[in-house]
Design a protein around this ligand. Structure first.
Ligand SMILES: [Mn+2]
Length: 296
């Protein structure tokens, strides 16, 4: 890659981004295959050696739920970041599949993560998996509009993404939720996550499991033989064992864009509109563990 090319990319980004940037990773809706490859490769390298549970700042955070290819929501998050330059952002996964602008959405989140690496955390959702993304739209969109080979670059990003984020104020965030049989953070830290799918059962459950407001530990899930639903007993034990005060997760569609469980001990957030069926939200967390859903 020549220097002139780098400068050119940066200049284009400078004109179109609402946040001043001279980065070679500035987002445009019409990035070339080569530019996307470069971003994906840089993002892989940035994430590959991170622990499975990344540590975020204590407060001043936004948690972003499923985007599912809705560029409008991703742009709204970018605007939120511009308005709140001291806030960090945790993306909870499920960037593409299903929605109308999957490649553009994934690229915008990659660009935010690269340009603001000090305050953007990208986690992995169940759709950041080869076998899922091949079926639910991302592979087709990448192949049709760019090139089938480019999908491999995204797979490298998938496998590099951490599984969870922990804020020292006591907030644990992951895409799905509590995995069965885990009573220490070491069990999560030891998982080998670098795989294009989820062969590890704990990792699989962290991106697939769902909370249910009832008095039980774990039960079968209709989503998959390998997934579980977790109830208040699992919630009480897991949060006590790992010293967690609040769990933030996404993965399920709620009309209001969020839903509380377990007396406010768990918040589910959804950030895509699903063609107007959802009022998309992010969760804002300020000092003193003050959390509230914010419309985007
Ligand atoms: Mn999901």
């Amino acid at each position: 890659m020549g220097k002139a090319q780098r400068l050119k990319i940066g200049t284009v980004g400078l004109k179109q981004s609402p946040m001043p940037t001279d980065s070679e990773f500035a987002w445009r809706p019409d990035l070339s295959v080569e530019e996307i490859r470069r971003m994906a490769s840089a993002l892989h390298d940035m994430n590959a050696d991170l622990p499975n549970i990344v540590v975020t700042p204590e407060s001043n955070l936004f948690y972003v739920g499923d985007l599912h290819g809705e560029l409008k929501s991703a742009i709204a998050v970018r605007e939120l970041m511009a308005r709140h330059p001291k806030h960090s952002v945790v993306f909870l996964g499920d960037y593409a599949d299903r929605g109308p602008q999957q490649v553009e959405t994934f690229n915008l989140v990659m660009s935010l993560a690269l340009e603001h690496s000090d305050r953007v955390f990208m986690l992995r959702g169940n759709h950041e998996s080869k076998e899922i993304a091949e079926v639910y739209g991302f592979y087709s969109e990448v192949s049709r509009h760019y090139s089938p080979g480019l999908f491999d670059s995204y797979l490298k990003v998938f496998e590099s993404l951490p599984l969870a984020a922990f804020s020292p104020s006591g907030v644990f965030a992951c895409h799905g939720g509590i995995p069965e049989g885990v009573n220490s953070s070491e069990q999560i830290a030891e998982i080998e996550r670098h795989n294009i799918n989820f062969p590890d059962d704990i990792a699989f459950q962290m991106v697939w499991n769902d909370p249910r407001e009832a008095d039980f530990h774990f039960r079968a899930s209709s989503r998959s033989d390998r997934a579980r639903e977790f109830g208040s007993l699992a919630f009480d034990e897991f949060t006590s064992d790992l010293s967690i005060k609040l769990i933030v997760r996404s993965h399920e569609v709620y009309e209001d864009g969020f839903q509380e469980f377990f007396d406010g001990g768990l918040m589910s957030v959804f950030s895509a509109s699903y063609a107007g069926r959802v009022s998309p939200k992010v969760i804002r967390m300020d000092e003193g563990l003050k959390v509230r859903p914010v419309s985007i």
